[in-house]
Each structure stands twice: as structure tokens, then as C-alpha cells.
Design a protein around this ligand. Structure first.
Ligand SMILES: [Zn+2]
Length: 441
């Protein structure tokens, strides 16, 4: 949309999980994270995901800002005894009820909860309960979609208890030191949430002044409590404006089941991209996984979508038009304009993070291109030597295709660029490849 943006990805590098993994690998945590970060960056590159900033919580800048924020929140931080449960996989303190319900084992990590008894620093989360409730209810702080908004409101109304935000260094030496107390390190989640301001150069960096508060943050539904309650409360405590919107996406299953080694249904990004390409990957997960809900992957369904929608509907439609212009008009399109179909529904969908709906809308154009071809029968017009009508019909098809390409740019960047190249400057250009070639199962 032509706007200047910061889009940040990142890695949170502290906490028990990283520390234990590093020990297992016989490495220092500092060494271990240097191996993890490239893996995260590669996974972005693999699907053509670009970012302007990559935030690392072990960076000096982040550590300084986390220390500063801790001091700024000083009034709301106190020391007390913590007695309760912790899951290293979740990096989260658990309530007695939750632990009992799950028979003392975290269902997400198949790991027994640890009983913890220690002196920690606490953040007065309870103090912000009413304020958070009002901010979310008034949509001053938007939580999208509505069912997640409702879920977090229920959590908040059910009562927020103060949060332990540090661990004894004796038990966990890997983390950012608590200012003024060298025996404690900050709880990983507490400081990781601060990365959103540290990456902008808080407190006086130009980017912070220009881009804060952020318009949109995207998290998985397992992160709801951290991002929709704890994080905004921290910002309130530090007297900073809140993010404007939090978009919470669902989770993926594979063949209707949670991906797991035991079931053997784990599918990796590499496997899919290697076989079908990154645009097909993006298409499937943006259109066929509902943006506001959980979604499922199977190789069969992916293959059907690839061949049915991408190869047949889009790829064939484009190639039929290009080859008819080559055959009947020696590659000359003549003058044409991008079709000006009203795109307000598309923009509405994008602006509300309903990417599936946006692609549904683009696909209406793709389908009507194919319907138009069948109705107008350019091959018939060519036989009848109705040259001017033929040229008009094909030029109108190109206009549609170019608008489709423009709208697909954020979703299928490679495909959009290829289409724009084929029909550039009023001619059909030689294009040797095939859009979405058939792939053997
Ligand atoms: Zn867990």
C-alpha cells in the first residue's frame, strides 16, 4: 500500500529451555544461540518473508532497554516468595488448577511440571486488571479476532494475579541480570516482550519516536496471555502508549492431529517448498488456513489446491491469453489498461488480517477471467477474422490479469512478478517456463 513500515521478526534467546538445550549439546548458551538464529532466518527466507528488523534479545541494545524498563516499572515490582509450578517447554508458571487438570504433566510438551519454591521479583499485574479490561472493551487496544478478544477478557475478568518476573541465578544463570540484584535474572518472557520497543531504539531513537505505538502485532494463540495482558500491563506501568492491535492466529494440525514425532505426521516447510515452491506454500497457508481460526494440512489437499487452483485456474488462464495473443496477433496486445475492479473488499479483508478472504476475492477475478474466455471464445473470433473485436477481448483479459497480478503481489510475489513480465509494455514476452507446472505425487 506504499506505506513506510517496520516489520520485525526475531528470536528470544534466554530462558531455561535454551539453557537446557545448550547443556545437552555440550555448548555454552552463547554458542548455541548462534546456531539457532540462522535457522530462524532461513525459515523466513525459504518462504520469501522479508523483514526490516531482526530482534535478538541477547543483544547489548536489548539488554540495556530491558534494564531501563525494569527501573521505570520499579514502583510495580517487589520481592516475594514464589511457590508453584513451572513448565520449561512453555517457559510459563502454571496454576494449581491447571496442573491438577493435566495430571502434573504439560499436554503441550509431554513433560512433568516442575515444582518451584524460590525468592523472586513480582510484577503487580493485578493492579492493571480494570484498566486492561476497559482498554480492550473499548477497543482502544484491539484484540482480533473476536473469539480471542472474548477469551482474554474472560481471563482478565477472572482475576489477574501478580506475576513472577525473575529467577534465581543459581538455578538459571542464562538471562539478563536484574538491576541492583546480581543473584537474579529476569524471567525470559518478561524481557522478551520488551524487544518490541528495544528494537526501535527506545527511549530516544528516531524509529521509536516515529513508529511507536505499533499498528499491528501478530502472535499465535498460545501467546495470547503474554501479549494481550502481561505486555500491555508492562507498557502501562512504564507509562508508554499501547500497541493498537494484536492479531492472534490459530494453530496447524497435520491430517487433523497435532504434529508429533510419535504419530509421525510432522511436515516441514522445507519439504513443501522443495516440492511445490514458496508461492504455492504461501497460497495454501494464507487461503486455505482460515486467518481467524485453526487449519489443517495434508499432502492430498495441498496437491489438489496446487493443481486445481494454481495450475488450472490461474496458470492456465494466464497462459491461454498469452498464447492466443502470440498466435493471433503476433504477440501484440495493443493498448490496454489494468482493469479497475473495485478493490474495497480486498483492502477491507487485508486491513482486518483476513488474508483468506482477500484471496477469495482475488480468486473471483481469476474465475471470471476463465468464464469470460469461455463466453467470448476468442478462437471463434479469430476464425471469423473479427480482428478488432478479438483484440478488444484479449486486451480486456490482459487488463484483468494485470490487476490480478497487482493484488497477488503481497501473497504470491514471484508469480505476480512473472505475470507482469509476460505482459510488459503492450507485448507478450517470451516466457519459457510454465506457471505452476504439473507435479507428480
Ligand atoms: Zn509446556
Amino acid at each position: 500500500m506504499g506505506e513506510d513500515v517496520i516489520y520485525s521478526a526475531g528470536a528470544d534467546e534466554h530462558g531455561s529451555k535454551i539453557y537446557e538445550k545448550a547443556l545437552e549439546a555440550n555448548q555454552k548458551p552463547e554458542e548455541y544461540i548462534e546456531k539457532i538464529v540462522p535457522v530462524i532466518k532461513d525459515s523466513h527466507a525459504l518462504i520469501g518473508s522479508e523483514y526490516t528488523h531482526f530482534s535478538r534479545t541477547n543483544s547489548k541494545q536489548h539488554q540495556e532497554v530491558a534494564t531501563l524498563l525494569w527501573k521505570q516499572m520499579g514502583e510495580d515490582i517487589y520481592k516475594s516468595k514464589y511457590s508453584g509450578w513451572y513448565c520449561v517447554g512453555c517457559e510459563e508458571f502454571k496454576t494449581e488448577t491447571e496442573v491438577k487438570e493435566n495430571n502434573e504433566t504439560c499436554p503441550d510438551h509431554n513433560q512433568a511440571y516442575q515444582k518451584i519454591e524460590e525468592e523472586n521479583y513480582f510484577f503487580k499485574l493485578s493492579k492493571y486488571q480494570k484498566q486492561l479490561e476497559d482498554l480492550i472493551e473499548s477497543n482502544e487496544f484491539e484484540v482480533v479476532p473476536g473469539n480471542r478478544r472474548k477469551e482474554i477478557l474472560n481471563v482478565i475478568k477472572g482475576g489477574l494475579v501478580d506475576l513472577s518476573i525473575s529467577r534465581p541465578k543459581k538455578k538459571l544463570p542464562w538471562g539478563i541480570a536484574v538491576p541492583g540484584d546480581s543473584t537474579q535474572v529476569m524471567y525470559v518472557w518478561f524481557e522478551a516482550l520488551i524487544n518490541y520497543i528495544s528494537l526501535l531504539g527506545y527511549p530516544d531513537g528516531d524509529e521509536f519516536k516515529r513508529f511507536w505505538p505499533t499498528n499491528l502485532q501478530i502472535v499465535g494463540k498460545d501467546n495470547l496471555r503474554f501479549h494481550a495482558a502481561i505486555y500491555p500491563a508492562m507498557l502501562l506501568s512504564a507509562k508508554l502508549p499501547l500497541l493498537k492491535r494484536l492479531f492472534v492466529h490459530g494453530h496447524l494440525t497435520s491430517g487433523g492431529k497435532k504434529m508429533s514425532k510419535t504419530i509421525g505426521n510432522i511436515v516441514t516447510t522445507e519439504q513443501i517448498v522443495e516440492k511445490y515452491g514458496s508461492d504455492a506454500f504461501r497460497y495454501y497457508f494464507l487461503r486455505h488456513v482460515p486467518s481467524y481460526d485453526d487449519g489443517d494440512f495434508t499432502w492430498e489437499r495441498f496437491d489438489a489446491v496446487y493443481h486445481g487452483e494454481l495450475a488450472n485456474e490461474l496458470g492456465n488462464g494466464v497462459q491461454r491469453v498469452a498464447s492466443m495473443i502470440n498466435r493471433y496477433q503476433q504477440g501484440v496486445i495493443g493498448t490496454f489498461e489494468n482493469s479497475g475492479h473495485d478493490t474495497s473488499l480486498y483492502h477491507e479483508a487485508v486491513n482486518s488480517q483476513q488474508f483468506d478472504k482477500a484471496l477469495d476475492w482475488v480468486w473471483e477475478l481469476v474465475k471470471s477471467l476463465n468464464v469470460y474466455l469461455e463466453e467470448q471464445k476468442p478462437w471463434q473470433l479469430a476464425k471469423e477474422a473479427d480482428q478488432s473485436h478479438l483484440q478488444e477481448v484479449l486486451a480486456s483479459c490482459v487488463g484483468d490479469i494485470m490487476q490480478i497480478a497487482e493484488l497477488l503481489t503481497p501473497f504470491l510475489p514471484n508469480t505476480a512478478a512473472t505475470i507482469q513480465k509476460i505482459f510488459k509494455d503492450g507485448y507478450v514476452h517470451n516466457y519459457s517456463g510454465v506457471l505452476f507446472p504439473r507435479i507428480e505425487k
